[in-house]
Design a protein. Structure first.
Length: 670
C-alpha cells in the first residue's frame, strides 16, 4: 500500500530553537477505500518526537508561525459562479496513531524565576473506529521522573471513561505552579472517571501524599496524608464526599499546637457548590477524642462552623504544649462556633464544665461557665471559679485573638478562706488565715517571655478581717529593730521586753487590707494597713509576686495600752498616749519580715520613757545591771545631751525633769 516515511524531521522557522522534531514519521494508506473517494490511513507512527512549549506573560507561543491573513478577504456577499459544480472531495479517517519515546518540555517564562517541567519516555496509542465512532487511547510517560499511566475510551454517544495513575510525583517539582508556600513529598494518585459532554458522572480519586512536608503560613504538616474523593457534576462545580486522614501525620502550629503521629485525626465532608461559593457540608472533624460537626466555606476568607458534644480534656497536653504537666481535666463543648480566617474571627460559645486546672502546690482550681466569641475577642461573664473549694465570681475577656492575645480578668470574692487559698496557690499552710474579700481588675499578655505573674498589670483591693499571720508580729519585729541601732536603744528595747510587752506580740490581727497596683512582677501599695488590737502598721512600697520579697517603709502606731505597759510601774506616770515609730525599711519576705528603725527613731522612743527623775533612777539601775556599774548614768546623760542638742548635763538632783518628751518622729540628730 502507499506509504510515507520521513526521517530526522525538524520544523524550521519557528519562534524558538528546534521547537518541534522527530526521528521518524511514517504513515500507511489503505488501497481499496481510495476507490470510494476515502483516504483511510491505517497507521501513523511517530518515533522520538520532541516538542518545546514556551509560555510567556502573553501566553503560549506556537511552535510555528501561523499564516498571515490576506489583505483583502473575499466579499462573502459576492455571487457564486452558477456554472461551478460541487466538489465532493475525499473523506479522511485515521485508524491508529502510535507515538513512542516522546519528549515534551514546558518552558514557563511567565514565572520568576523561570521554571521547566519535563514529560519524557511518553508512549501514546489511539485506536479510532471512525470519525463519529468510538476511540480507545492509552498513554504511558514519566512526568518529572514519576511514572504516569492513562487509559480510556470515548464511545460513539460521547461518553468518556478514563483511568489515570501517577506514582511518586515529587511535589517540589510542581511548587512553581502551586504557590509561594513550601511543599515536599511524593504524590501517588489514581483516578477513575466517567464523563458525558460537559459533566462528570463519577470520579473516584484515591491519593496518598507520602513523606509530606507542607507549610501553610504558621501551619506545618508532615507525614503520610491519604485522601479519597467521589465526585460528580459540572467540571467547574464538582461535588461529592471528600476525606482526609491525619492519623499518620504530624500537624504543628508554631509552638502552640502539635498533633503527633499516631493520634486519631480525620477530616471528612461533602464538597458542594452553592452559587459562587464552594463549601464542605456535612463536615466532620475528629481529633483525639474531639468530634466536631458543621461546615466549612472555602473562599478567600475561609470560615469554619462547628458544634461539638462535650469532650474530655484528658490527654490534650500532647496537642497543646503550653498546658505542660499541669494539664486541665474536665469537659469542653462547642455550641454554634464560627471561626473565620484572614484575619481570625470568632463567634459562638465554648462551654466549660468542671474544668479542673492543677496547681503547682498539688491543689487545683475548677472553672465552669460559658465563653462567647465576639470577632477578635472571647468573653466570659459570670464564670464560676473555685480554688481549694473557695468560690470566685470571674469575668474573663481575651482580646487580640488574631495577633497578640491579651487577657483581662475581673475577679471578686467574699468571705473566702485565705488560709486554704494560700495553701493552694503557694503551698504555704497556716501562714495566713482569715476571711478574704477581694476585688480585682487585671490584664496580662498571654504570649511573651518570662512568667505570667511578671506580665500582669492592674489593680487589686483586698481585706482580711479578722485574721492571723502565724508567728509574725510586726510589733516584735519593730522592737527587735529598736534593739539593734545603738547602746541606749538596745537597753530601751531590752527593758521594754521586761515590762510585759511580750503579751502584745500576738500574731492575730483585726484587719489586713489595701490596694495593690501590679506591674513588672511587683505589687505596689500606698495604703497597705494592718490593724492589731493595740497597735496599727501603715506601709507603702512593693511586694514581689514571685519571690514575695518585701520592699516597704511606713510607721507603727502604738496605743495607750502599750504606752502604759512601757511606762514605769508604780507611782505616778504621765498620762498614756499613742506614739508613732517611723519604720525606715521593712524587708525580708511576707513569712519573715525584717524591720529597720533609724538611730534617731530608736533614741527618740527610748527618751520618751526616761524623762522624769523617778523613771530615770529605775532605768539607771537597770542599765547598770545590764551594762555595768555607773553605765546607766552615763547613757542617760548622753541621751539628755543628744535630746537637748548640747553637752552632757551636769549632775544636779534638784534640777526639774523636762516638761515633756520630745515629739515622736522628730528626734534631734546627734
Amino acid at each position: 500500500p502507499p506509504r510515507l516515511e520521513i526521517r530526522a524531521a525538524q520544523l524550521a522557522g519557528g519562534p524558538g530553537e528546534d521547537p518541534l522534531g522527530a526521528e521518524r514519521i511514517a504513515l500507511r494508506v489503505a488501497w481499496l477505500p481510495l476507490l470510494a473517494r476515502q483516504i483511510l490511513i491505517e497507521r501513523i507512527d511517530v518515533d522520538a518526537p520532541q516538542l518545546t512549549l514556551r509560555r510567556t506573560a502573553d501566553g503560549f507561543e506556537l511552535p510555528f508561525r501561523p499564516p498571515e491573513e490576506p489583505d483583502s478577504p473575499p466579499d462573502p456577499e459576492s455571487p457564486r459562479d452558477p456554472s461551478a459544480t460541487k466538489d465532493e472531495g475525499f473523506s479522511l479517517l485515521v485508524r491508529r496513531i502510535a507515538v513512542s519515546d516522546a519528549r515534551l518540555t514546558l518552558d514557563d517564562r511567565s514565572l520568576t524565576p523561570p521554571a521547566t517541567l519535563l514529560i519524557e519516555d511518553a508512549d501514546i496509542a489511539l485506536e479510532l473506529e471512525d470519525l463519529a465512532g468510538s476511540v480507545d487511547f492509552e498513554v504511558a510517560a514519566r512526568v518529572a521522573g514519576a511514572p504516569l499511566a492513562v487509559q480510556g475510551s470515548r464511545s460513539a454517544g460521547g461518553e468518556v471513561v478514563v483511568e489515570l495513575s501517577v506514582a511518586g510525583l515529587a511535589l517540589a517539582t510542581l511548587q512553581p505552579w502551586i504557590g509561594d508556600d513550601d511543599f515536599a513529598g511524593n504524590l501517588t494518585v489514581t483516578v477513575k472517571a466517567t464523563a458525558q459532554r460537559d459533566a462528570v458522572e463519577t470520579a473516584a480519586v484515591r491519593a496518598v501524599l507520602e513523606d509530606a512536608a507542607l507549610a501553610f503560613g504558621d501551619v506545618l504538616v508532615s507525614g503520610n496524608l491519604p485522601v479519597t474523593a467521589d465526585l460528580s457534576g459540572p467540571f467547574d462545580a464538582l461535588a461529592g464526599p471528600v476525606t482526609l486522614e491525619l492519623a499518620d501525620a504530624e500537624v504543628a502550629v508554631d509552638d502552640t499546637f502539635r498533633k503527633p503521629k499516631g493520634m486519631a485525626g480525620r477530616l471528612a465532608g461533602r464538597l458542594v457548590q452553592a452559587g459562587a461559593e464552594r463549601r464542605l457540608e456535612e463536615l466532620e472533624i475528629r481529633l483525639h477524642n474531639f468530634v466536631g460537626r458543621g461546615r466549612a466555606v472555602l473562599a478567600d476568607a475561609p470560615r469554619l462552623e462547628l458544634d461539638a458534644e462535650p469532650f474530655a480534656l484528658a490527654g490534650w497536653e500532647q496537642l497543646l504544649p503550653a498546658l505542660g504537666e499541669t494539664a486541665p481535666s474536665g469537659t469542653l463543648a462547642l455550641e454554634g462556633l464560627v471561626l473565620g480566617f484572614g484575619p481570625l474571627r470568632l463567634t459562638g460559645d465554648l462551654k466549660a464544665t468542671d474544668l479542673v486546672m492543677p496547681l503547682e502546690s498539688g491543689a487545683s482550681a475548677t472553672l465552669s461557665g460559658r465563653m462567647t466569641g465576639h470577632g477578635d475577642r472571647l468573653e466570659g461573664k459570670g464564670l464560676d471559679l473555685r480554688v481549694a473549694g473557695q468560690p470566685f465570681r470571674v469575668d474573663l475577656d481575651v482580646e487580640g485573638l488574631s495577633g497578640a492575645p491579651t487577657a483581662r480578668l475581673r475577679m471578686d470574692a467574699d468571705d473566702a478562706d485565705s488560709q486554704a487559698l494560700l495553701a493552694a496557690l503557694a503551698g504555704k499552710e497556716d501562714t495566713l488565715s482569715g476571711p478574704l474579700r477581694l476585688r480585682s481588675d487585671l490584664r496580662a499578655p498571654l504570649t511573651g517571655e518570662g512568667e505570667l505573674l511578671e506580665r500582669v498589670t492592674g489593680k487589686l483591693r483586698f481585706d482580711i478581717a479578722p485574721g492571723r499571720m502565724k508567728g509574725v508580729s510586726l510589733l516584735k519585729s519593730t522592737f527587735d529593730g529598736l534593739g539593734g541601732v545603738g547602746g541606749a536603744a538596745l537597753a530601751a528595747g531590752q527593758l521594754s521586753g521586761k515590762k510585759g510587752v511580750d503579751r502584745f506580740y500576738d500574731d492575730a490581727f483585726e484587719r489586713l487590707g489595701g490596694t495593690l497596683t501590679l506591674a513588672d512582677g511587683r505589687a505596689r501599695s500606698e495604703d497597705l494597713r494592718l490593724d492589731y488590737r493595740d497597735y496599727r502598721v501603715d506601709l507603702r512600697g512593693s511586694v514581689g509576686l514571685v519571690d514575695r520579697g518585701l520592699d516597704l517603709t511606713g510607721k507603727l502606731t502604738i496605743s495607750e495600752t502599750i504606752d502604759r505597759a512601757l511606762a514605769e510601774e508604780g507611782g505616778e506616770a504621765p498620762a498614756p498616749r499613742t506614739r508613732v515609730i517611723p519604720l525606715a525599711a521593712v524587708k525580708g519576705t511576707i513569712d519573715s519580715p525584717k524591720v529597720t528603725v533609724t538611730s534617731e527613731a530608736a533614741l527618740g522612743f527610748a527618751a520618751a520613757y526616761a524623762a522624769d527623775d523617778r523613771r530615770r533612777a529605775k532605768w539607771e539601775r537597770k542599765l547598770d545591771d545590764r551594762l555595768g556599774e555607773g553605765s546607766g548614768r552615763e547613757v542617760l546623760d548622753l541621751l539628755d545631751s543628744i535630746l537637748q542638742g548640747g553637752a552632757p548635763a551636769a549632775e544636779d538632783p534638784s534640777a526639774p525633769p523636762p516638761s515633756a518628751p520630745p515629739p515622736v518622729g522628730s528626734p534631734r540628730t546627734p
